[in-house]
Design a protein around this ligand. Structure first.
Ligand code: NAD
Length: 310
C-alpha cells in the first residue's frame, strides 16, 4: 500500500499503533475527538519511544516521531489514507457513529480495521455502503511490544480487504492471524478465558493459593508459550508427536473437561478473596510500578525474540 495510515482514537491503543506503523516507515496521521489527548499524544509516544530506544528496540526516536502527525479534523486524518486503524472507546454506539462518520471520507481501496477487544465488526458496520472494507484488527496492548493481531472479517468483508490487512500487518512487523468468521472473544480472549476459568475454579475450590496458581504459569507453562503454542507444545511432548500425545493423555483431558460442565459467573465473594490475596503481596500504590516492571520485562523479551528471529 502507498499513502498514509490514519489512526482514529489516540488513547492507550491508538498511540501504541502509531508507533507500530511509524517505526516501520509509514506516515501516520492521528485524530482524537478529545483536544487534551491531541495535545498530549506526541509526548506520550515520545516517552514510549525513549523506553524502546533504551531497550535497543528502536534506533532513531526523532525520525519515527517526525512521521507522526496529529490532526485536528477527522477529514484530514482520513483523506488519502490507505488504511485506517480505529481505536475509539469500546462501545458499540461509539464505534457505529465513528464508522458512519469516516465511511464517506474513505478512498476507493482504503480498509478500516477496528481495535475492538470483543465487538464483532458486523455490529457497527451493517448499514454502511462500503461495509465490505471494514473488519476487526485486534491487537494486544501495547501493540509495539506484542506483535499478534487478530484479523476478523464480517460475513460481508471482501477478500481483498482481508488480504491487504494481513499483508500490511506483516509488512510493519506484526504477526497477524486470521479468524475465519466472527466469534465472541476471537482467539486470544477465548484461550485466555479457558485458562482463567480453571484458575478461578481451582482457587475457589481451595486447591492452591493465587501465588502458586500464577507460579504454575510463570515458571512452567508460560516459559514455552513465548515461542510456541499449545498444539506445537503437545506435538513435542510425546515420542510419536501429537497423535501419540492424544492417545496417552486424551482421556485425562476429556475427564477434566467433563468435570467443568456448569459455567458460573465469578462471584463477588470469590473476586474479593482473590483481590485480598493479591493486595497482600502487591499494595494498591505499587500497581503502576509493577506495570512498568512488566513492560520492561516485555521489552527485554521482545529484544531477545528479535535477536533470535529464525
Ligand atoms: N487497552 C487495552 O488493553 C486494549 C487491548 C486491545 C484492544 N483494545 C481496544 O482498543 C480500543 C481503544 O481502547 P483504549 O484502551 O486505547 O481506550 P482509551 O480510552 O485509552 O482511548 C480511546 C480514545 O478514543 C477517543 N475517542 C472516543 N470517541 C472518539 C471519536 N468519535 N472520534 C475520535 N476519537 C474518539 C477518546 O478520546 C480516547 O482518547 C477499544 O476498542 C479497546 O477495546 C484495548
Amino acid at each position: 500500500m502507498s499513502g498514509h495510515i490514519a489512526i482514529v482514537g489516540g488513547g492507550l491503543v491508538g498511540s501504541g499503533w502509531s508507533i507500530v506503523f511509524a517505526r516501520a516507515g509509514e506516515v501516520v496521521r492521528i485524530y482524537d475527538a478529545d483536544s487534551k489527548i491531541r495535545n498530549n499524544v506526541l509526548d506520550v509516544i515520545q516517552g514510549q519511544l525513549k523506553d524502546l530506544k533504551s531497550s535497543g528496540l528502536v534506533d532513531n526516536v526523532d525520525a519515527i516521531l517526525n512521521r507522526i502527525e496529529v490532526c485536528s479534523t477527522l477529514q484530514y486524518a482520513i483523506g488519502g489514507a490507505t488504511y485506517v486503524q480505529e481505536s475509539v472507546f469500546e462501545q458499540t454506539d461509539v464505534k457505529t457513529e465513528i464508522s458512519a462518520a469516516l465511511s464517506p471520507m474513505l478512498g476507493d481501496d482504503a480498509v478500516v480495521g477496528s481495535s475492538t477487544s470483543g465487538i464483532p465488526a458486523s455490529a457497527f458496520t451493517e448499514g454502511l455502503p462500503n461495509r465490505d472494507r471494514f473488519l476487526v484488527a485486534h491487537p494486544v496492548n501495547p501493540p509495539y511490544l506484542a506483535p499478534i493481531v487478530e484479523v476478523v472479517p464480517t460475513s460481508w468483508t471482501n477478500a481483498a480487504a482481508v488480504d491487504k490487512t494481513m499483508a500490511l500487518m506483516k509488512k510493519v512487523g506484526q504477526s497477524p492471524v486470521l479468524v475465519r468468521r466472527e466469534i465472541e472473544g476471537f482467539l486470544l480472549n477465548r484461550l485466555q478465558g479457558a485458562l482463567l476459568r480453571e484458575a478461578w475454579a481451582l482457587f475457589e475450590d481451595g486447591y492452591a493459593s493465587i501465588e502458586d496458581i500464577d507460579k504454575t504459569v510463570s515458571e512452567g507453562l508460560g516459559l514455552r508459550w513465548s515461542f510456541m503454542g499449545p498444539f506445537e507444545t503437545i506435538d513435542l511432548n510425546a515420542p510419536g508427536g501429537v497423535k501419540d500425545y492424544a492417545e496417552r493423555l486424551g482421556p485425562l483431558y476429556h475427564s477434566i473437561d467433563a468435570s467443568r460442565q456448569d459455567p458460573q459467573p465469578w462471584s463477588a465473594e470469590l473476586i474479593d478473596a482473590v483481590q485480598a490475596e493479591r493486595r497482600a503481596v502487591l499494595h494498591d500504590s505499587d500497581l503502576s510500578g509493577r506495570r512498568a516492571w512488566r513492560d520492561r520485562r516485555l521489552m527485554a523479551l521482545a529484544a531477545h525474540k528479535t535477536a533470535l528471529k529464525d
